[in-house]
Write a protein that binds this ligand. Structure first.
Ligand SMILES: [Zn+2]
Ligand SMILES: [Zn+2]
Length: 416
């Protein structure tokens, strides 16, 4: 063998001395193909030698701790390259004579041989020797067309070709393992910040992720052309909308003996004069503006205290827009009445045009339907709402937005 290799060495010397610039283009390409093929064939020879050295224990006999370490010294390889060489040599020798033959023929590259050997080992473990044999044939065939990276990717679905009866089971097992992992890792953490806000972190399992997306996506659309909220802010507000809707259904399990309900405690002075603050039943404080807005909303129960902190019964039925009055309001506004908003009635609160704490009545003439976002917007901005001559709501923009302050209407819910 050493003599034969010496001849090959001489042949290579001739090539090294040849002037590549003198070659015609087709010769140039043919020479490249031949060099590449020879390189792979020589690699097969080298792997066979490494394998023999490894199995004889030559490295240990010469004082090295392993064949890989010995190869690193001898051939000046990195230790990982040396290990890969030893591993591939063993893999081709023990289970994959066809792969070795393909490499020796120059039909596949060393990297492809490595991918095929790895994949075949996996198939062997999953589906047995017969499927592994088939896999060698299929993969060697594919190696004609695909580079090692793509070959490895295709190899993940090799069972479809060589053992279709267990491929589905294997895919199913992978899916179940994935589902178990998702179920184990699912969590939602609510961290209370010192100012009353919550940090929300967590991972949703696939099903819950689907539920959330389906529910939240339609609610995160911008609420009209003037909507300045970022997508993240719109998702936040959508979550609030979902909670409100759920509270409104009254279908939540009882909590502490009564229906789940947010209770805002406030004084009548706070509502009437917009002074002081309100307190949520969680003990968190709210601005007077927020309290007035929440007091509009049927999903929130305001507990209003008089000056001596006795509960003032302002007549809950009287101040909340519900029953026939809400139905009449829905018939009139048909959704959020804010200009440019297409939110349907079920997402809407009934806003008192003149707040009930200011003496406003709970009547159709004093109510307007607004989605959560626009209800908030109206209470916290300089937009003004009133009913126009035809009894339909119109909204006057703040001067900074429209110096002429021409009232606008919602055209989405118009009767056609
Ligand atoms: Zn309101
Ligand atoms: Zn709206």
């Amino acid at each position: 063998m050493v003599e034969a290799l010496a001849l090959a060495d001489e042949a290579v010397s001739t090539c090294v001395d040849d002037a590549t610039w003198a070659l015609a283009e087709d010769e140039l390409v043919a020479a490249l193909d031949a060099t590449h093929r020879l390189e792979q064939r020589l690699a097969a020879v080298k792997l066979a030698l490494v394998r023999e050295i490894d199995s004889r224990g030559t490295a240990r006999a010469q004082g090295a701790s392993s064949t890989a370490v010995w190869l690193r010294e001898r051939l000046h390889l990195t230790i990982s390259a040396a290990r890969r060489l030893v591993d591939l040599a063993a893999a081709l020798d023990t289970g994959n004579p066809e792969v070795r033959a393909a490499l020796a023929n120059g039909d596949i590259t060393v990297d492809q041989a490595r991918v095929i050997a790895d994949t075949v080992a996996t198939v062997h473990a999953a589906a047995g020797a017969e499927a592994a044999d088939k896999a060698v044939g299929v993969l060697t065939d594919w190696a004609n067309q695909f580079d090692p990276t793509l070959l490895r990717k295709l190899g993940t679905r090799i069972l479809d070709h060589v053992a279709p009866d267990i491929a589905d089971a294997a895919a199913q097992a992978a899916l179940e393992a994935e589902a178990r992992r998702a179920s184990r890792d699912r969590h939602l953490t609510l961290t209370e910040l010192s100012d009353g806000r919550l940090r929300l972190t967590g991972i949703l399992d696939t099903e819950t992720a689907g539920l959330l997306r389906t529910t939240i996506d339609p609610l995160t659309a911008p609420g009209g052309p003037d909507d300045q909220r970022s997508p993240a802010q719109r998702r936040h507000d959508a979550l609030a909308d979902i909670c409100r809707l759920t509270l409104r259904t009254g279908d939540l399990p009882e909590h502490g003996g009564g229906p789940a309900q947010i209770v805002v405690t406030t004084t009548f002075d706070t509502l009437a004069q917009q002074l002081g603050a309100g307190t949520l039943d969680t003990g968190l404080h709210l601005t007077p503006e927020t309290v007035r807005r929440l007091a509009c909303d049927a999903a929130i129960l305001p507990a209003v205290l008089g000056s001596a902190s006795q509960t003032l019964d302002l007549g809950r039925q009287r101040r909340l827009v519900s029953g026939p009055l809400r139905r009449a309001l829905v018939l009139r506004d048909r959704g959020c009445a804010f200009p440019g908003c297409d939110r349907p009635p079920r997402w809407c609160d009934a806003h008192h045009i003149r707040h009930w704490a200011d003496g406003g009545t709970t009547s159709l003439a004093n109510a307007v339907l607004l989605c959560g976002h626009h209800h908030r917007h109206l209470h916290h901005s300089d937009w003004v709402v009133r009913l126009g001559g035809d009894g339909h709501p119109e909204f006057t923009p703040p001067a900074w937005l429209d110096p002429d302050q021409i009232p606008r209407r919602n055209h989405y819910h118009r009767r056609t």
